[in-house]
Design a protein around this ligand. Structure first.
Ligand SMILES: Nc1ncnc2c1ncn2[C@@H]1O[C@H](COP(=O)(O)O)[C@@H](O)[C@H]1OP(=O)(O)O
Ligand SMILES: [Mg+2]
Ligand SMILES: [Mg+2]
Ligand SMILES: [Mg+2]
Length: 362
């Protein structure tokens, strides 16, 4: 792995690893009343809030001038009705931040047993994620638990962090605590960390740090999307019908001549799976509800796929624009695939659109 954004990469890997340890341990202890429903009807748990508190606390200490676009905010925790939730989030975040230093971490990052934070400090850290985004300058974007529904089901979710500079994703980190470490052994050990730096490749590392060095070459496996023939392709798609138009995916699969059933998976674990050679196509078409995709849901995943030799665009072939604010703007869907397959998928989408329009006229 190269030295481009080396300091940022070290810090971001450590932050995502701590957040993954936190969320995995919280899953086993989650009780009723530790999950809220947000205004958009999506769930948020003490794990989402605490993971955002941890990552933002570390980033604020190490890169104090960088703004952060994070999914969550602390308003529900500050409310009187949020008192017990707030206490739990503070306890979980402090437990994570005060855990012993791991290989590659520095005490100057404000980590380790003497670094307890106050409630106000942790709520303020969560709210550091309120940045509105920008076309220029540096910013981080964080999804503390991507795929909260998957997390609650004990299935796939991901802790996702990216550094964006002048609207271009430069660094992407995705921690997947429930993803098999080795795709050839689906029932084997779980947990994988994915790291991509623009121009320097995509890598899988162990989720738990091993040995003294942070990322010795032998621990990082370089990822490359293989060439796919249609018989070997299958679509990687959302589990949630409300998030993506799965009936349209079926049509696209038919046009492509894909015979294998789709792989349904929550979160940016889909991008990680694609980057390491699973499926061959990431397809997410809008359901027509006016939902706008968020930058934290695609920034690290899209860089990971690009650095593994793939292409990620909207369904018209336009690049995703990370400079518009907290969202990607009007939603035309997202398509990710290896270079050769990507163009074929865009063609198949055109054809599927025409077929659908024709049927709707009849
Ligand atoms: N109505 C919606 N349409 C599309 N995506 C949504 C919607 N509501 C939430 N999401 C986000 O979609 C992503 C899940 O994608 P997938 O369906 O592929 O697993 C998550 O980031 C989820 O947020 P969250 O981070 O809160 O889980
Ligand atoms: Mg959410
Ligand atoms: Mg998300
Ligand atoms: Mg989330």
């Amino acid at each position: 792995m190269s030295d481009s954004y080396f300091a940022e990469k070290q810090v971001a890997i450590a932050a995502v690893r701590r957040a993954c340890a936190l969320t995995s341990s919280v899953f086993n202890k989650l009780v009723r009343n530790e999950t809220l429903t947000k205004d958009d009807k999506s769930p948020v748990t003490v794990g989402d809030f605490a993971a955002q508190a941890v990552v933002n606390t570390i980033l604020s200490r190490t890169f104090p001038h960088d703004p952060i676009v994070g999914e969550e905010d602390a308003s529900d925790l500050r409310a009187d009705t949020g008192a017990s939730l707030r206490e739990r989030v503070v306890a979980l975040a402090n437990e994570s931040l005060t855990a012993p230093l791991q290989p590659g971490e520095s005490e100057s990052w404000g980590l380790g047993p003497t670094h307890h934070r106050t409630t106000e400090e942790l709520l303020a850290a969560i709210d550091r994620g309120n940045y509105e985004g920008s076309r220029t300058g540096r910013m981080w974007t964080l999804d503390p638990i991507d795929g909260t529904k998957g997390f609650l089901r004990g299935e796939q979710y991901a802790v996702c962090l990216a550094l964006i500079v002048d609207a271009r994703v430069e660094l992407g980190i995705i921690g997947c605590p429930n993803l098999p470490a080795d795709p050839a052994q689906p029932a084997g050990e779980r947990g994988a960390l994915f790291v991509a730096t623009r121009g320097h490749g995509a890598f899988q590392l162990p989720l738990r740090p091993a040995g003294e060095a942070l990322q010795p070459e032998e621990q990082a496996a370089r990822l490359q999307i293989p060439r796919f023939t249609p018989e070997r392709l299958n679509l990687l798609e959302s589990v949630e019908k409300a998030h993506a138009k799965l009936s349209f995916n079926e049509r696209v699969a038919r046009v492509l001549g894909v015979t294998r059933p789709p792989t349904r998976m929550d979160s940016q674990a889909k991008y990680a799976a694609l980057a390491r050679g699973d499926g061959g196509v990431y397809l997410r078409m809008p359901v027509g509800s006016g939902y706008r995709e968020k930058i934290w849901d695609h920034a690290p995943g899209s860089l990971l796929v690009e650095e593994a030799g793939g292409v990620v665009t909207d369904s018209r072939g336009q690049p995703l624009d990370f400079g518009l604010g907290r969202t990607l703007g009007e939603n035309y869907g997202v398509v990710g695939a290896g270079k050769e397959v990507h163009a074929t998928v865009l063609e198949a989408i055109k054809q599927a659109n025409q077929e659908e329009a024709k049927e709707e006229c009849q």
